[in-house]
Design a protein. Structure first.
Ligand code: GDP
Length: 678
């Protein structure tokens, strides 16, 4: 999960070098990220000494068959064998492979399917060298096999939230920031998402948007390209967005889910296994991961590679951050964001969480491990607080690795007790937090309720998938003006370029004119893709790719916001905000340098003025022009950013009016925008 990225040209990797601090060895990184692990991944082609032993074929009982082949067919046979060996390793005897190849007339894919089918029973018994019991794996797989009816060819369907870093940016320095993350225990802002109570915000902040509603251009056709628009000159059709949204995805609602938790809690394994059990990963691919991870001496990482390998496939020669995958539950289509758990990557995690509606917090139930993640310096607390501050109100806590503690009820209760108390303090309602005992490795209680008596004797609740399905879908601001925050910019084939981002408000149709802020330039949306499928329109809550024409890619950075030219978002370098100071040691004074984390933006800023201290309960000014701000205080401040950022007032757009301030690698405050100056 340790993936680097640069945001607006700023490389976090440079800021966070002290790996020791986080208790993760370099080797750990290798196993988690296939991009770095590539050197360990078994590949025959890389190693000529391991070339396939064709001579050995002579001993095979099918040799006489292969021997009767023409030279060309023999070459084809060897090539097929080579290909199959890459996927299957040495587990299957030559005879079986040759037979399958010949029977299937050198069609590798068919031959592989036949062999895998045959090998299934045997393969299910393959011993997991590290931790998995044979029985558990077999159980997981057999479920997976039943479920993976459609056998998708490609590993999960994926959109990527990456930062290409290819585009030139203005470049800037970050004053005096260190790599150190010292895991402050801070008080969570009691801030709500989607209009719920918020301790930072005054009542006044909750007032309704005064902005005019979104006006839509009309046309006869729903999905004209700009070219066809130009040719026809026709106006575009007005759509009833709410009705369309209801019809979409067979009536299923879209939900953005972020997976958070301490490093090594088992996030990737859990989600990778879940995707496998849901049939989003075909068994051939899974088999390949198992072989590769076994050869790399890390068999237990096979499921984690489902997510990580996906990232690698999408890699455009640059470093990765939050991976995005799609899966479905009974009533929802979920966009899964797999946030990095490593402390170095909390900024990336903020980006992921800022775009999420709900979260799965994974904690390791093993003795000592839960405690390590929960205490100061662990990411369980910080992640919990961050997602809450960023507006996530519903949480599923996967109390994972329960197999390590023999599914003990006492251990589960101990963890839920401690964590429940903390999450309540952090501002989560008790009714919005669910604890689920799981084992990401064995697949227990992930997509179906566990049948194991060890668990059923004391746990009667939902499995993880059922819990995700039962999350309430948040209100989408489709009636508001269009806003999309850019999380990636890249050049694709064809004309124009692409941006990736989440639509925070309003909706868009192909052919729409858009304004990018900054740089205050217009362009046309030539194409929209949602979950890699081209669509005619997309609305608030959707993660989309837009193909844009009529603008230079150089102008666009991660963090830019696209809006409708008639209802533009404001870009500014100076704004006022109401903030809640977390549990920090150093007091905040005038001139304090910070990193402003706002949606996908991470921008150096300075606290220009301390305007007033506010009473936490009434919101009234208790002190004007304070000299300093200390932990737990509510205050109005003025911030000055180095470069313009596009912001909204919290009262108008809750999603676009909240931010986090970080300093020295720690989150020091959460805030909401109250006034945009210039
Ligand atoms: P992440 O850093 O949170 O994504 O954690 P990973 O998914 O990379 O898992 C870290 C390690 O924990 C790997 O060795 C996994 O095999 C192991 N692991 C994950 N889930 C479980 C589980 O449920 N039980 C056991 N025993 N080990 C697990």
């Amino acid at each position: 999960m340790a993936r680097h990225r640069s945001v607006r040209g700023y490389d976090y990797g440079e800021d966070f070098e002290d790996d020791d601090l986080y208790g993760q060895s370099v080797e750990d990184d290798y196993c988690i990220s296939p991009s770095t692990a590539a050197q360990f991944i078994y590949s025959r082609r890389d190693n000529p000494s391991e070339e396939y032993d064709y001579e050995g074929l002579k001993e095979s009982s099918n040799f006489h068959l292969s021997h009767q082949l023409s030279e060309i067919d023999q070459a084809r046979l060897y090539s097929c064998l080579d290909h199959m060996r890459e996927i299957l390793g040495d587990a299957v005897p030559d005879d079986t492979l040759i037979e399958a190849i010949l029977k299937n007339k050198f069609d590798v894919q068919k031959a592989l399917s036949v062999v895998l089918e045959k090998d299934k029973v045997q393969h299910l018994k393959v011993k997991n060298e590290e931790a998995v019991s044979t029985e558990e794996i077999a159980k997981g797989k057999s479920v997976g096999c039943q479920l993976s009816r459609n056998e998708p060819e490609i590993v999960p369907k994926v959109a990527k939230m990456t930062v290409s870093g290819k585009k030139p940016t203005m470049g800037f320095e970050v004053p005096g920031l260190t790599t150190e993350e010292n895991g402050h225990r801070f008080h969570a802002p009691q801030k709500g998402h989607h209009g719920e109570d918020a301790s930072i915000t005054s009542d006044a902040l909750g007032t309704k948007s005064a902005l005019p509603s979104h006006t839509v251009q009309t046309s006869e056709e729903q999905s004209p390209t700009p070219a066809s628009l130009k040719k026809s000159g026709k106006l575009r059709q007005q759509i009833d967005i709410k009705a369309e949204l209801e019809k979409r995805q067979g009536g299923k609602q879209l939900l953005n889910l972020v997976v958070i938790g301490h490093v090594d809690a088992g996030k990737s394994t859990l989600m990778g296994h879940m995707l496998f059990l849901l049939g989003n990963v075909n068994k051939r691919t899974m088999h390949k991961y198992e072989q590769e991870s076994k050869k790399a001496g890390k068999a237990s990482f096979a499921y984690a590679w489902v997510l990580d390998e996906t990232g690698e496939e999408r890699e455009r020669g640059v470093t990765m951050d939050v991976g995005m995958t799609k899966f479905e539950t009974t009533s929802k289509v979920i966009t899964l964001m797999d946030a990095p758990g490593h402390k170095d990557f909390i900024p990336n995690m903020i980006t992921g969480a800022a775009q999420a509606d709900v979260a799965v917090l994974v904690v390791d139930a093993s003795r000592g491990e839960f405690e390590a993640g929960f205490e100061t310096g662990g990411q369980t607390r910080e992640h919990g607080l961050l997602v809450r501050s960023l507006g996530v109100t519903q949480l599923a806590v996967a109390v994972n690795k329960m197999d390590q503690v023999n599914w003990q009820q006492e251990r589960f209760q101990e963890i839920t007790g401690k964590l429940g108390h903390f999450l309540k303090q952090a501002g989560f309602k008790e009714s919005d937090v669910a604890f689920i005992p799981t084992s990401g490795l064995s697949g227990e209680n992930l997509v179906t309720r566990s049948q194991s008596s060890e668990l059923t004797k004391w746990y009667k609740g939902l499995c993880l998938l059922e819990q995700i399905d039962s999350f309430k879908s948040p209100q989408r601001s489709v009636d508001k003006p269009f806003r999309l925050c850019v999380s990636d910019v890249f050049k694709d084939q064809g004309s124009g370029f692409c941006v990736t981002g989440k639509i925070e408000a309003g909706y868009i149709q192909t052919g729409d004119r858009l304004l990018a802020m900054p740089p205050n330039e217009t362009c046309t949306a030539k194409g929209i893709t949602l979950h890699d499928e081209p669509v005619d329109w997309a609305a608030a809550g959707d993660h989309v790719n837009l193909t844009l024409v009529g603008m230079d890619i150089i102008k666009i950075n991660v963090g830019c916001i696209f809006c409708g030219p008639k209802e533009p978002i404001k870009a500014c370098t100076r704004f006022r905000a109401r903030i809640l100071i977390f549990n920090i040691e150093i007091p905040v004074t005038k001139g304090f340098p910070v990193l402003l984390h706002y949606q996908t933006v991470s921008e150096p800023a300075v606290i220009k003025r301390l305007i007033s201290v506010l009473s936490k309960s009434t919101g009234e000014v208790t002190k004007k022009k304070p000299k300093l701000l200390t932990k737990g205080q509510n205050a109005i401040i003025e911030l000055q950013t180095q470069r313009p950022v596009a912001l909204e007032l919290y009262k108008d757009f809750k999603e676009l009016g909240r931010f986090m301030l970080r300093y020295g690698g720690s989150t020091i405050a959460a805030g909401v925008v109250t006034e945009i100056k210039e």
